[in-house]
Design a protein around this ligand. Structure first.
Ligand code: IPE
Ligand code: IPE
Ligand code: MG
Length: 242
């Protein structure tokens, strides 16, 4: 299956809404938290596969700004899992030349998570392979609010003029500044919505939804999504074959 996955037409940036941990657990009579724990293995396999396939950037939606609405025990378990993942995965990330980065309101995370995150990012900062972007305490609207706030001071001081603001200026003030927009967005577990993920960056992203639940997502599922992407005709508002 993978033999035909050519190096041309590979997405430069893949973003994934890792959904369905709760449903996976429920169908097995397990707690939602057990579903999240199982999902960590899918993260491991997906990161490894993206690195091996030569994908440039992988952005994983791990925790949204809206996810704080969940029961406290589930939120705490997710924060603990994040710390465990970061601590346990550093050596594997180093081995695979993966550079770790986080996007979102990182300052709003518990101190223990921030510390682990800072350590893991620093330990992998010199790596030159896949960039693994973890979206944690992330919201697309929050990201735009933060960008506007950043722009307010230089506008007020006259360091930039309103007419100087263009799409590039906005992009430079997003958490993803300097990264290519996602080419392919994968959402697991069948839901047909964005859930506040990469709203600006996703303007022309190809969307792929699979019924597979995140804890069941494996390398062949990723390859299938990429193959589907390679069949898409991207027009960016133009016409075919331009
Ligand atoms: C995704 O799985 C994980 C997070 C949002 C952190 P869910 O927990 O949303 O799983 P479902 O949607 O309830 O099945
Ligand atoms: C989106 O999934 C957030 C993450 C995957 C981290 P949700 O499960 O929170 O989204 P909704 O509530 O179904 O839209
Ligand atoms: Mg969900």
């Amino acid at each position: 299956m993978e033999a035909s996955l050519g190096q041309t037409g590979l997405p430069r940036h893949i973003a994934i809404i890792m959904d369905g941990n709760g449903r996976w657990a429920k169908s097995r009579g397990l707690t939602r938290i057990a579903g999240h724990r199982a999902g960590a293995e899918s993260v491991r396999e997906t990161v490894r596969a993206c690195g091996e396939l030569g994908i440039g950037v992988l952005t994983l939606y791990a925790f949204s700004v809206e996810n704080w609405r969940r029961p406290e025990a589930e939120v705490n378990a997710l924060m603990l899992l994040l710390r465990q993942y970061l601590r346990g995965e550093v050596s594997e990330l180093k081995k695979n030349n993966v550079r770790l980065n986080a996007i979102g309101r990182i300052g709003g995370l518990p101190k223990t998570v921030r510390a682990e995150l800072a350590r893991a990012c620093a330990a992998t900062a010199g790596n030159t392979g896949l960039l693994l972007n973890l979206a944690i305490n992330y919201g697309g609207r929050t990201e735009l609010v933060d960008a506007f706030r950043q722009l307010a001071a230089p506008l007020r001081d006259g360091r930039i003029r309103p007419e100087d603001i263009d799409e590039e200026t906005i992009g430079q003030h997003l958490y993803t500044a300097g990264l290519p927009d996602p080419d392919l967005l994968i959402r697991t577990s069948g839901e047909m919505r964005l859930s506040n993920f990469l709203l600006w960056q996703g303007a022309y992203t190809e969307i792929y939804v699979t019924d597979t639940l995140w804890p069941d997502f494996r390398r062949p599922d990723l390859v299938k999504a990429i193959k589907e992407f390679q069949k898409r005709e991207r027009r960016f508002g133009g016409v075919k074959g331009q």
